[in-house]
Design a protein around this ligand. Structure first.
Ligand SMILES: [Zn+2]
Length: 336
């Protein structure tokens, strides 16, 4: 009740609009888990490269590979299921949001004080009823139009209409398909990759594995592409499973299946690059594979954006207009 009231308060007075950011709490937790996973992965890559550099040439690759999997496996088995669980939960909530807003009724909205019968559980003190306070405020807001209509609960109906129409049309495009905003994902992804860049430069300088600076910069590009592919895959697999098999398959089956996909497919995405470089030793051939990796990411990103716009807006004439709208900000009224 309070959340809807607060958002409704911002929308009440049109004209004095200021941007307000809309971020569901569960998205913040997902971002934290993604950060933990990526940090562990980047550390694993850096330490395994360090071990490879420090060990004797004959066994260095084996030692580094062993270390990498000993480190990455706990991240994959420990953090990833939690991330997927909360990701799936969030996407399910987002799917229900449209329906909840379309049928919103302030009379039926849940309120903590009413659920505990207006008695603070730890202390036993009596609590004021938030519902009564909010209803009184709504009555004050819509005093003039209530006098015109003559209906007793006109203020409640007006607020319901505000939530169903204006709040719904403002919030749903922002929540979109349920993915965390791109600039937050980039804020996690870019610092981690930037921190790894000097290490790859150093490896190019000391010519580890006999690779020069160009090969190590390409290896860096391949790692960055694979990490981006992993992010995209996590979201896509969760969304697909929520849309297609949520009701038919229990979550304890979905999570291990999605987990296997998001761990194995990025390896399959990266392996051709490594195989070509190892087999041919040619920077040109490896560079071509690397270009294909980034091209695939570009195509995936553009296709999904177009599909998302098409599905949410319908005809192409409307799509272009809506796609230009600021994606992460909600235009709302500023109230005191
Ligand atoms: Zn109450």
């Amino acid at each position: 009740l309070w959340c809807t009231f607060e958002l409704g308060a911002f929308l009440k007075d049109s004209g004095r609009e200021k941007p307000v950011e809309f971020l569901p709490v569960s998205v913040a937790f997902q971002l934290l888990l993604q950060w933990a996973f990526m940090t562990l992965l980047c550390l694993a890559v850096q330490v395994s490269l360090y071990i490879e550099e420090a060990a004797d040439a004959e066994h260095s690759s084996d030692a580094a590979l062993l270390f990498f999997f000993v480190w990455v496996l706990p991240a994959g088995l420990g953090i990833l299921p939690v991330l997927l669980h909360y990701g799936l939960q969030h996407l399910e909530d987002v799917q229900q949001l449209g329906e909840q807003l379309a049928n919103f009724s302030v009379r039926d909205a849940g309120c903590t004080c009413c659920t505990v019968d207006h008695c603070d559980p730890p202390t036993g003190n009596q609590l004021l009823c938030d519902r009564e306070l909010i209803f009184r405020t709504l009555k004050r807001w819509y005093r003039n139009s209530a006098l015109d209509s003559g209906e007793k609960d006109h203020h409640l109906d007006r607020f319901d209409a505000l939530v169903r129409e204006r709040l719904s049309s403002s919030v749903l495009p922002l929540v979109g398909a349920g993915a965390p905003p791109a600039r937050y994902r980039m804020a996690l992804y870019l610092p981690l990759l930037t921190a790894m860049f000097p290490h790859y430069l150093h490896l190019g300088r000391v010519r580890l594995r006999g690779w020069g600076l160009v090969q190590w910069l390409m290896a860096y590009g391949a790692f960055a592409a694979t990490a981006l592919f992993f992010f995209w895959l996590c979201f896509f697999c969760c969304r697909w499973s929520v849309k297609k098999i949520r009701k038919a398959v229990p979550r304890w089956v979905v999570i291990p299946a999605v987990q296997s996909l998001v761990l194995l497919l990025p390896i399959a995405f990266w392996l051709p690059y490594r195989a070509v470089l190892q087999r041919t030793g040619s920077s040109l051939a490896a560079g071509l594979v690397l270009s294909c990796m980034w091209l695939i990411l570009l195509c995936l990103s553009s296709t999904l954006q177009l599909l998302a716009c098409w599905r949410s807006q319908g005809p192409l004439s409307q799509t272009a207009a809506r796609c230009r709208a600021p994606p992460f900000f909600l235009r709302v009224g500023c109230t005191r």
